[in-house]
Structure formats: structure tokens, C-alpha cells
Design a protein around this ligand. Structure first.
Ligand code: PBG
Length: 325
């Protein structure tokens, strides 16, 4: 039975009716805020391609984290900028590495904030790849041990959740094994399961100083057209012991998020990446779009697709807008 019996506009007539019939909403509780930590004192340096995103020294990071807690943001995802890089990315798994020190400081000063660490080598290797390189190849099995050691050192520093983003095969299992062998049975793993080789990471590579010095990441990250393969990647990570699975990027991959939600029962995270953020900031600065409305719409679409949590550089802005209204 259709028009005129059915009139879809009936329930859109007022804001209150719309509020009652809204199917999803985004809350600060859903958000995870990425943070970049660097050495030095009192450093807060803006990333040129990402207005509003900064490199923080540990002391400045603590101040920032205290504000995030006041805003109600539950978790941060930490990336490190080491003072030196080498072939083996040794700064990634050093006990006194930049992330390890930052995690200790965060857990000491802001204990309620959930600290998630990005586990990868690319910010720490001189060649900028996410694993050990021989010739022009990124070696899988040789990399696993270093990824696992990195995760363990983050857990020892106090990380609540470790998040491998390297896309080597078998890394979730390697991490679960080393954590359990060392009694870190309660440290959770958020796996970057369906991580695509994406041009949307461009601004991040400037932010994290981790652009590959030769070639690209297409031999380990996923090929953007592949939807069924993403489900296999996710399934394998679940079998290996992932507690949370992630789809990345978010906006161009809503179908993958939706599939993941429909197919599996564990929490699904989506990473709205640097390029998504920078495009919005750039267009907003030129007056082409309304940033606040665009960000709200982006986040709600990611949630509607099925994400239980969203990693976004807009988390702080969003929390600020929520507290205003
Ligand atoms: C490191 C890593 C990347 C991102 C998160 N972890 C970059 C890459 O894979 O090149 C991208 C995050 C973003 O663009 O916001 N492996």
C-alpha cells in the first residue's frame, strides 16, 4: 500500500520526531583519538597537512591527554616519532623508545584513558617500510619477531591494547603468543585487519615521517577493489586471536565495514584516516563546506555502516562541539 496512505514525511515534521526515529547516533564514547609523540620538552608542533593535529613531546602529551579525558574521550591511539631510524627499525621495540616512555607517562598520569599503541616498524625504519627489507622485498616471517617484540614492549610499558598495522601475515598470532608467554594475557589486540593500500594515507606519512623510500606498500596492504578478500583477512585475524578488528580507511570502504559487522561478532573499528580529515579541513578553510556538519555526517555514516568504534582526528573537535550544544 503506497501513497496516499503512506506518507514518509509524517515522521520528519519536527526535530523531536526526527530525534525519536533516528536509527543511529554518534557519541564521544565511540571515538578514539590518534596522537603523535616526539622527543623534546614542551613541543607542540602542528602537522602542516593536518591542521589541528600536532607532534607532542611527552610533557605536552600528558596535558593534552588530561583535556581529552575531561572531554570524555575514552581512548587514544599512539604513534611515535623516534629521534633516529635504522634498517631494522630498532626504535620500535626499544624499552626506552619514544612510545614506550609515552605509554608509561600516560598510564601514570592519566590512568583512566585507554592507551592503544600502533605496532609497526615504518616510522622507525630508514627505508620507511613496515618490515625487514631484503633487496626490494619486504620479508614477512623475518618481520614477525620484531613486530611481536614491539607489541610486548608496549604491553610492558602498560598499553591496554596493541594495534598491529603492518599487514604481515601471521602477526596477530605472533603477538598473542609473545604476550601470553610473558603473562600479558589481558593485553588486547586491535588488528588492522582490512587495511588497504590507500592514497588516503598521504598526510599521515608527512605527520609520521614514514613514507616508503622506494616502491609502495601494495605487496602487503590490500588491493582497494577486493571486498571478499577483506573478509578473509578479518577471519584470519580472528582465528589468530584478535579482540577487535579494523577496517581502514573508512569513508571509501563502508561496504567492507558493513560486511565485517554482518559476518562477525566481535567489535568492529573503522579508521577514518588522515586524507579524509585533511580533505575536510582544506575545503572548510576555503569556505566550500560546513566542517561541523560534514564531520557529523561522515561519522554517522561510518557508524551506520556498522562500526562500533571510530578512530578519527576529528574526535577532539567533535567532543568540543558536543559540549557546546
Ligand atoms: C603505519 C600506519 C599508517 C597509518 C596508520 N598506521 C600509514 C601507512 O600504512 O602508510 C595511516 C593513518 C592515517 O592515514 O591516518 N603502518
Amino acid at each position: 500500500m503506497a501513497y496516499p496512505i503512506n506518507r514518509m514525511r509524517r515522521l520528519r515534521r519536527s526535530e523531536t520526531l526526527r530525534r525519536m526515529t533516528r536509527e543511529v547516533s554518534v557519541s564521544v564514547d565511540d571515538l578514539i583519538y590518534p596522537l603523535f609523540v616526539t622527543s623534546g620538552l614542551d613541543v607542540k608542533l602542528q602537522v602542516p597537512s593536518m591542521p589541528g593535529v600536532f607532534h607532542f613531546s611527552i610533557d605536552a602529551l600528558i596535558k593534552e591527554a588530561e583535556e581529552l579525558v575531561e572531554f570524555g574521550i575514552p581512548a587514544v591511539l599512539l604513534f611515535g616519532l623516534p629521534p633516529n631510524k635504522d634498517e631494522a627499525g630498532s626504535g620500535a621495540y626499544a624499552d626506552d623508545g619514544i612510545v614506550q616512555r609515552a605509554v608509561r607517562a600516560l598510564k601514570k598520569n592519566v590512568p583512566d584513558l585507554v592507551v592503544i599503541t600502533d605496532v609497526c616498524l615504518c616510522e622507525y625504519t630508514s627505508h620507511g617500510h613496515c618490515g625487514i627489507v631484503r633487496g626490494d622485498e619486504v620479508l614477512n616471517d623475518e618481520t614477525l619477531e620484531l613486530i611481536a617484540r614491539t607489541a610486548l614492549s608496549h604491553a610492558q610499558a602498560g598499553a591496554d591494547i596493541v594495534a598491529p598495522s603492518d599487514m604481515m601475515d601471521g602477526r596477530v598470532l605472533a603477538i598473542r603468543d609473545i604476550l601470553d608467554d610473558n603473562s600479558y594475557v589481558d593485553t588486547a589486540i586491535m588488528a588492522y585487519s582490512a587495511k588497504f593500500a590507500s592514497a588516503f594515507y598521504g598526510p599521515f606519512r608527512e605527520a609520521a615521517e614514514c613514507a616508503p623510500q622506494f616502491g609502495d606498500r601494495s605487496t602487503y596492504q590490500m588491493d582497494p577493489p577486493n571486498r571478499r578478500e577483506a573478509l578473509r583477512e578479518i577471519e584470519l585475524d580472528i582465528e589468530e586471536g584478535a579482540d577487535i578488528v579494523m577496517v581502514k580507511p573508512a569513508l571509501s570502504y563502508l561496504d567492507i565495514i558493513s560486511d565485517a559487522k554482518a559476518s562477525f561478532d566481535l567489535p568492529v573499528a573503522a579508521y577514518s584516516v588522515s586524507g579524509e580529515y585533511s580533505m575536510v579541513k582544506a575545503a572548510a578553510e576555503r569556505g566550500f563546506i560546513d566542517e561541523r556538519r560534514i564531520v557529523n555526517e561522515m561519522l554517522v555514516s561510518i557508524k551506520r555502516a556498522g562500526a562500533d568504534m571510530i578512530i578519527t582526528y576529528s574526535a577532539r573537535d567533535f567532543a568540543g562541539w558536543q559540549s557546546e550544544s
